[in-house]
Design a protein around this ligand. Structure first.
Ligand SMILES: O=P(O)(O)O[C@H]1O[C@H](CO)[C@@H](O)[C@H]1O
Length: 314
């Protein structure tokens, strides 16, 4: 938020007009409405936001003292339409830290513009989060990766942004962040290093990598030529999410940690007949759910301890 709270946007007094505007663009006032609907029903302020990727919804199952909001009940929220995405916002405590978790996310290929896919990040900011943990299922492009490995995201290539498709497109509201936000420190270096230690502690040490993620629009998986090009660009894992959520989070000065579960190996040879499919993606998520839950719990605990976030059970 800008310190003076001023905005370059006009604010409209009457509510019906605000709600009408929400169909075209999530104004600050519109998202305040959404956040207020939630904060009126949740007796604590979440400090960490979590986004569960495809097949990773079980990360939310460890949340205690839960309060659940199906997306269809939340004003202005889109709906999750993809298998492996439950479609609810879960408030509660993880490692005794107050959190809010997206059990299911939104994707460009569902027909939502990027600003709509990333709107929950702004709602979570308005609810009070200071840190975001984003997870996703991704194809492994780096030759060292195996199915079931974890890639801690050290950077991303905003491929959709190269064509100008960006969640921050359009008028900027200074109450969220600056017109031109820097992205060279998008992924918190300290959290990356600590997460590697936590991964070892929960038994994931041998299968954890650090790499570059890119997001394509989808919904098709990539061609051999596309994957070869991405490999030449230095991409280690390929997905269809996360980048726009991270850009939106960094715009609002949220500290970000993200990781990919490698659910399939990208096919970069014409003689290979393997084909990626979503069922397998979800199955790998189920296979890793126990260790990943412990991993995320460890990262959340570290964030709380390091930032002395208030943590108490209800
Ligand atoms: O990025 P998440 O939501 O984890 O999902 C990934 O897995 C799906 C394809 O199987 C796509 O939606 C891709 O983005």
């Amino acid at each position: 938020m800008s310190s003076d709270g001023k905005s370059s946007q006009k604010s409209f007094g009457n509510k019906p007009f605000i709600l009408f505007l929400c169909f075209f663009r999530y104004t600050y006032e519109c998202l305040v409405d959404t956040a207020k609907y939630l904060s009126d029903k949740v007796p604590f302020k979440p400090k960490v936001g979590i986004i569960c990727g495809s097949g990773l919804g079980s990360l939310a199952d460890a949340i205690e003292n839960r309060i659940e909001f199906p997306y269809e009940k939340i004003p202005n929220f889109p709906l999750s339409t993809v298998e492996g995405h439950v479609g609810q916002l879960v408030f509660g405590y993880l490692s005794n830290v107050p959190v809010v978790c997206m059990q299911g996310r939104f994707h460009y290929y569902e027909g939502y513009p990027l600003w709509k896919c990333a709107m929950p990040v702004r709602v979570m900011k308005l609810l009070g989060i200071t840190h975001l943990i984003a997870s996703n299922a991704a194809g492994g492009l780096n030759k060292d990766y195996k199915v079931g490995d974890i890639m801690i995201v050290k950077d991303h290539i905003n491929l959709m942004g190269f064509a100008g498709n960006n969640p921050l497109q359009g008028p900027n509201d200074d109450r969220f962040g600056p017109r031109f936000p820097p992205m060279n420190r998008a992924y918190d270096k300290e959290l990356i290093e600590k997460a590697k230690v936590i991964a070892k502690e929960v038994g994931l040490g041998d299968i954890v990598h650090e790499g570059v993620y890119t997001c394509l629009g989808g919904p098709n998986f990539e061609t051999v030529a596309e994957l070869r090009m991405l490999g030449m660009l230095g991409v280690d894992a390929v997905g269809m999410s996360t980048v726009h959520e991270v850009i939106t989070a960094r715009h609002s000065n949220i500290t970000v940690f993200a990781f990919s579960l490698i659910t399939n190996l990208c096919v970069t040879e014409y003689h290979k007949n393997d084909e990626a499919n979503h069922d397998e993606v979800i199955d790998v998520g189920k296979m890793r759910q126990k260790e990943l839950t412990k991993f995320v719990q460890g990262v959340v605990k570290y964030v709380a301890d390091e930032n002395k976030l208030v943590s108490k059970m209800l």
